[in-house]
Design a binder for this molecule. Structure first.
Ligand SMILES: *[C@@H]1O[C@H](CO)[C@@H](O)[C@H](O)[C@H]1NC(C)=O
Ligand SMILES: *[C@@H]1O[C@H](CO)[C@@H](O)[C@H](O)[C@H]1NC(C)=O
Ligand SMILES: *[C@@H]1O[C@H](CO)[C@@H](O)[C@H](O)[C@H]1NC(C)=O
Ligand SMILES: *[C@@H]1O[C@H](CO)[C@@H](O)[C@H](O)[C@H]1NC(C)=O
Ligand SMILES: *[C@@H]1O[C@H](CO)[C@@H](O)[C@H](O)[C@H]1NC(C)=O
Ligand SMILES: *[C@@H]1O[C@H](CO)[C@@H](O)[C@H](O)[C@H]1NC(C)=O
Ligand SMILES: *[C@@H]1O[C@H](CO)[C@@H](O)[C@H](O)[C@H]1NC(C)=O
Ligand SMILES: *[C@@H]1O[C@H](CO)[C@@H](O)[C@H](O)[C@H]1NC(C)=O
Ligand SMILES: *[C@@H]1O[C@H](CO)[C@@H](O)[C@H](O)[C@H]1NC(C)=O
Ligand SMILES: *[C@@H]1O[C@H](CO)[C@@H](O)[C@H](O)[C@H]1NC(C)=O
Ligand SMILES: *[C@@H]1O[C@H](CO)[C@@H](O)[C@H](O)[C@H]1NC(C)=O
Length: 435
C-alpha cells in the first residue's frame, strides 16, 4: 500500500512548504476515524482494528497502542507493538485453553509484524529478520490449532520460490471452491488470513495465501524485489493447486489486495485456469499511483532522466528529513526495500511496467473491482481499471466506514461484498463438485 492516507498528495504539499501533518490535522479533526494525529499510524491502526473480527488483534491491546504511540515516532510504534507482542506471547504460553492460546498466538504474531512495519530504512537492522521469525513461528502455532491445521508450502517458480499457506475448512474428501489470495506493497500473507482468508473458510472455501518477490518472506529469505510479470509467481501456484485432489479448478478465484490489484490482474491475463478475479482494489497503473502526488518539478526531473537530481530531492526532502510526514517517509522507505534498490528513481522506473495497458483484453473472466471512494493511495485507479476491463468488470463503490484504502477497519464489509458477488458468479455457472 502506498501513500495510503489523507496525505497521499503530501509530496505536493511538502514541496510547497506545507507539511503533511499540518494538512492532516485539519482533515482528521473532522474524520470520525481519528485515533492518532499521524496519518500513517492512524491508517495502520485502523487496519489492525479490521482484523479483530478475524482473530488478528484485540480491541484492548489496540487501544493501549493508540495511547502509547506518538505521532511521527516510528520507534514508539515499534516498541509499543513489541511490548504487546511479548504480552500476547506470554499469555499464549501460559494458558491451558486452546482458543485463548490460538487467539493469543495470532495476535502476538500480528504485533511482531507491526513492530517491524516501520523499520525498513536500515536494511541491516537485525530486528527485520528477528521479528519476522517470531511472527512466523507464533503464527504457525496458531494455525496448527485450526480445525484443519494450515500447511506451509514452498512452490518452485522461475528462479525463485513462491511461499504459500494452504487452509481448508474440514477433512472431507471433496473438491472445493478455492481462493488464491495475494497482498501488495507491504502486507504479509499471514495478514491475508485475517483480512479475508477466515471469511472464505467460514463459507466452506479452501484458501491459499501466497507471497512472491518483493513481499515480506520472499524479500527477506530470497533477497528479491518486486517483478512486474506476476504470472511468474501465480502460474506455478496454480499448477500446485491443480495437482491437489481437494481443489475444484472450475471455481478457482484469484484475489489481489492493494497493489496486489495490479499483480493479480497481470497474472490472470496469462493464467486461463483462474475463473474469477477479485481486485481489492482496482489498480490500472502502479506508476500513476506512486507518482500522483509528485509536484511537476519532480516529474520533470524523471522525464528528463535526471535521476541524480530526482534521488537527491527525495532523499533530502523526505528520506533523511525528520520533519517529513510518516506517510511519505514510510512510502519511499518501503518502496526501496520491497523493490530491492537504494535508488528512488530506480524504484519508480521499475513500476512503469506495472500497468494493465495492453493486457486487459487477455483477461476473459468476470472481475470484481473494489473502489473505496476515499482511497488516497491509488485514487482514480479502480475506475480506470474497471473502464479498461469493460463489461467483464463489476465495480463496487465502498462508502462510509469501508471507504478507506482496502476498506481498512471494515474488512467484514469487504468480505460480504466479495463473497456475495462470487455466489452470483458461480451459481450462474454451476459446478456439481462444489462442497
Ligand atoms: C524497536 O523496539 C525495540 C524494542 O523496544 C528496540 O530494542 C529497538 O531498538 C527499536 N528499534 C528502532 C529502530 O526503533
Ligand atoms: C495449566 O495446567 C497445568 C497442569 O494441569 C496447571 O499446573 C496450571 O496451573 C494450568 N495453568 C493455568 C493458567 O490454568
Ligand atoms: C543500521 O543497523 C546496524 C545494525 O544494528 C547498525 O550497526 C547501523 O549503525 C545502523 N545504521 C544506521 C544508519 O542507523
Ligand atoms: C483433519 O486432519 C488433520 C491431519 O490428519 C488432523 O490434524 C485434524 O485434526 C483433522 N481435523 C478434523 C476436523 O477432523
Ligand atoms: C504434482 O504431484 C506429483 C505427484 O505427487 C509431483 O511429482 C509433482 O511435482 C506435482 N506437481 C506440482 C506442480 O506440484
Ligand atoms: C539535473 O537537475 C539538476 C537540478 O535541477 C541540475 O542542476 C542538473 O544540471 C541536471 N542535470 C542534467 C544532466 O540535466
Ligand atoms: C523537510 O520536510 C518539511 C515538512 O514537509 C519541509 O517543510 C522541509 O522543506 C523539508 N526539508 C527539506 C530539506 O526539503
Ligand atoms: C519492462 O518490460 C519490458 C518487456 O515488455 C522489458 O523488456 C523491460 O526490461 C521491463 N523493464 C523493467 C524495468 O522491468
Ligand atoms: C503497450 O503497447 C504500446 C503499443 O504497442 C507500446 O508502445 C507500449 O510500450 C506497451 N506498454 C507496455 C507497458 O507494454
Ligand atoms: C469520505 O468522503 C466523503 C466525501 O467524498 C466525506 O464526506 C467523508 O467524510 C469521507 N469519509 C472518511 C472516513 O474520510
Ligand atoms: C462509483 O464511483 C465512481 C466514482 O468514483 C462513479 O463514477 C460511479 O458512477 C460509481 N458507481 C456506482 C455504481 O455507484
Amino acid at each position: 500500500m502506498w501513500l495510503r492516507t489523507k496525505c497521499a498528495a503530501a509530496l505536493v504539499l511538502l514541496f510547497f512548504g506545507l507539511s503533511c501533518s499540518q494538512k492532516a490535522n485539519s482533515v482528521l479533526t473532522e474524520s470520525p476515524f481519528t485515533l492518532i494525529r499521524d496519518d500513517s499510524f492512524n491508517y495502520q491502526l485502523l487496519v489492525q482494528f479490521g482484523t479483530v473480527r478475524y482473530h488478528g488483534a484485540s480491541v484492548a491491546d489496540l487501544f493501549s497502542a493508540v495511547q502509547a504511540i506518538k505521532p511521527k515516532s516510528m520507534s514508539s510504534y515499534n516498541s509499543s507493538f513489541y511490548q504487546l507482542a511479548q504480552q500476547s506471547e506470554k499469555r499464549a504460553e501460559a494458558t491451558n485453553d486452546t482458543s485463548v492460546a490460538q487467539d493469543s498466538y495470532f495476535s502476538a504474531s500480528n504485533y511482531y509484524r507491526q513492530a517491524d512495519f516501520y523499520l525498513h530504512d536500515n536494511w541491516s537492522d537485525p530486528l527485520i529478520d528477528w521479528y519476522w521469525e517470531k511472527q512466523a513461528t507464533l503464527f504457525d502455532k496458531a494455525i496448527a490449532s485450526l480445525p484443519v491445521p494450515g500447511e506451509r508450502v514452498t512452490i518452485p517458480a522461475d528462479g525463485f520460490e513462491t511461499i504459500g499457506i494452504f487452509y481448508k475448512p474440514d477433512n472431507h474428501s471433496i473438491k472445493r471452491p478455492t481462493v488464491l489470495i495475494g497482498s501488495g506493497y507491504d502486507e504479509a500473507q499471514e495478514h491475508s488470513l485475517h483480512s479475508n482468508g477466515l471469511a472464505f473458510l467460514e463459507k466452506g472455501w479452501n484458501v491459499l495465501t501466497y507471497e512472491g518477490p518483493g513481499q515480506p518472506t520472499v524479500r527477506r529469505q530470497q533477497n528479491l524485489g518486486f517483478i512486474y510479470d506476476w504470472e511468474k509467481v501465480v502460474t506455478p501456484t496454480v499448477d500446485y493447486l491443480a495437482n491437489r485432489s481437494d481443489v475444484d479448478m472450475s471455481q478457482l478465484v484469484l484475489q489481489g489486495n492493494s497493489m496486489g490489484g495490479y499483480l493479480a490482474a497481470r497474472a490472470a491475463a496469462f493464467e486461463p485456469r483462474v475463473k474469477a478475479l477479485i481486485l481489492n482494489e482496482g489498480v490500472y497503473s502502479v506508476y500513476e499511483g506512486f507518482t500522483h502526488g509528485f509536484p511537476s518539478s519532480l516529474l520533470e526531473l524523471l522525464a528528463a532522466g535526471n535521476t541524480t537530481a530526482f534521488d537527491k530531492a527525495l532523499e533530502e526532502g523526505v528520506l533523511f528529513n525528520d520533519s517529513a510526514s510518516t506517510t511519505n517517509r514510510w512510502a519511499i522507505t518501503q518502496g526501496l526495500w520491497s523493490f530491492n534498490t537504494h535508488s528512488p528513481s530506480e524504484w519508480i522506473e521499475k513500476s512503469k511496467n506495472m500497468t494493465l495497458a495492453n493486457i486487459t483484453q487477455l483477461i476473459r473472466v468476470p472481475v470484481w473491482v473494489s473502489n473505496p471512494v476515499n482511497d488516497t493511495t491509488f485514487p482514480g485507479q479502480a475506475v480506470k481499471a474497471a473502464q479498461a476491463l469493460g463489461s467483464k468488470a463489476t465495480i463496487h463503490n465502498f462508502t462510509g466506514a469501508a471507504s478507506l484504502h482496502c476498506s481498512a477497519g471494515a474488512y467484514e464489509e469487504a468480505n460480504w461484498a466479495i463473497l456475495s458477488w462470487l455466489d452470483g458468479v458461480f451459481s450462474s455457472n454451476h459446478s456439481s463438485t462444489s462442497g
